[in-house]
Design a protein around this ligand. Structure first.
Ligand code: NDP
Length: 285
């Protein structure tokens, strides 16, 4: 199976490349080869692809920066996604597109199923939602896979921030009223490859959720990072209101992942197990 992978350097894309083996051949496209600020260039490139499936792991993920650079976030998360999805649909190439819990407003306490109404709180979520809608409008074969709180040994993420802060701080105040599923990029990568294979074998797609289990608060995630890495850091729970940021974040990021297990046989991974692997890779245990 030939997979065209957009986003070579990101957390998820890096893991897709590491997991490609056997009959899976991955052709990557980085920012130089496929600049998502240029939807026409993405269309042209997509027309020339030789692939059985496409995985799009590109995104403008800088949540705060997106608030002041909406135009770029919209090009990358929406308009170029539309260009890619339209050409993929035209050429009948299945598309696996990754999206986010930030398309929801985070109200309530229950995990949200994929069909729950979307209502993003900020520009990042709004542009990602517009990208999702574009994929659905193009009516090709697709899976939109929403995930949350991604961590890996690469790039920037909460885990790496905590390890960095642990070097200089004996105590930290961490938000305890945002709840979600920390999700290993390695598990997302494995899921996207399995889904790409199923779609290219004729299975129908849709919108699905995939996050690590169990759901936790940021402070619980931090405590587990410090417990497993042996860092001596006291964590004090604080409220979101005590840590003001320009972009609002959902309080309840819990996603109901049942339909992905039912339709694709992909179950939620235990993020605490994957955390041990990532800490080992970082030499932080
Ligand atoms: P990263 O931020 O690690 O990677 C983003 C990728 O997008 C990088 O390869 C980056 O390239 C690329 N990119 C950004 N702008 C452009 C551009 N103009 N042209 C081409 N490439 C570009 O993201 P993740 O791997 O963490 O995220 C993967 C997916 O998961 C995304 O769809 C994201 O929305 C979603 N997601 C992520 C979450 C998280 O916590 N990180 C949570 C929920 C969903 P470069 O290195 O050159 O900048």
């Amino acid at each position: 199976m030939k997979i065209a992978l957009f986003g070579k350097t990101g957390q998820v894309a890096t893991e897709v490349q590491r997991r490609a083996s056997g009959d899976v051949e991955v052709q990557t496209f980085d920012r130089e080869q496929a600049d998502f600020r240029d939807p026409d260039a993405i269309s042209r490139l997509a027309r020339s692809l030789d692939a059985d499936a496409i995985i799009n792991a590109v995104a403008y993920t800088a949540v705060e920066k997106a608030e002041v650079d909406k135009a770029t976030a919209d090009l990358v998360n929406h308009l170029s996604v539309r260009a890619l999805a339209a050409t993929a649909a035209d050429r009948k190439i299945p598309l696996v597109h990754i999206s986010t819990d930030y398309i929801f407003d985070g109200s309530g306490t229950q995990p949200r199923p994929p069909e729950a109404p979307a209502s993003p709180l900020g520009v990042y979520g709004a542009t990602k939602l517009a990208g999702e809608q574009a994929v659905r409008d193009c009516a090709g074969t697709y899976v939109i896979l929403r995930t949350s709180w991604v961590f890996s040994a690469h790039g920037s993420n909460f885990l790496k921030t905590m390890l960095r802060l642990a070097k200089t701080h004996g105590s930290l105040r961490i938000v305890a009223d945002q709840i979600g599923g920390p999700t290993p990029a390695s598990a997302i990568a494995a899921a996207t490859i399995d889904i790409a294979r199923a779609l290219s074998n004729g299975q129908s797609g849709g919108t699905y959720h995939f996050t690590g289990s169990p759901d936790a608060s940021w402070s619980e995630f931090a405590r587990e990072i410090f417990r497993q890495s042996g860092a001596r850091v006291d964590v004090t729970d604080i409220a979101t209101a005590d840590y003001p940021t320009s972009a609002r974040r959902p309080l309840n990021s819990c996603l109901d992942c049942e339909s992905l297990a039912r339709d694709f046989g992909v179950s939620r991974p235990d993020w605490r197990v994957a955390l041990a692997d990532v800490l080992k890779e970082l030499g932080a245990t």
